[in-house]
Design a protein around this ligand. Sequence first.
Ligand SMILES: [Zn+2]
Length: 95
Amino acid sequence: MSVNPYPMVVPQNEVSFGRKIGVRILGDLFLTVDYSQCFKKPMKIYLAWCGSHRLYFLDYMHGRGRLNCPECLAKRLEMYKIKSIRLASAKPLHV
Ligand SMILES: [Zn+2]
């Protein structure tokens, strides 16, 4: 199985005007189906907009219709990493 490239940022100039409007007004937009080896079965790919990072991205649905903005995801992973490091470096109380 090849590496899953999602979520993936889409440069603003590669998103059509109609889709920009659609995704901002209606929300996540079904775009295409990925038949590649990244997934066990064909996977629906959506175009989404992150208002915090002001970027368009492609992703597939995670769990209950959730799409992950790559920047938000990186931030969450970074926070998780920091927490893990803190836990790993924390000394037991009674030593
Ligand atoms: Zn974001």
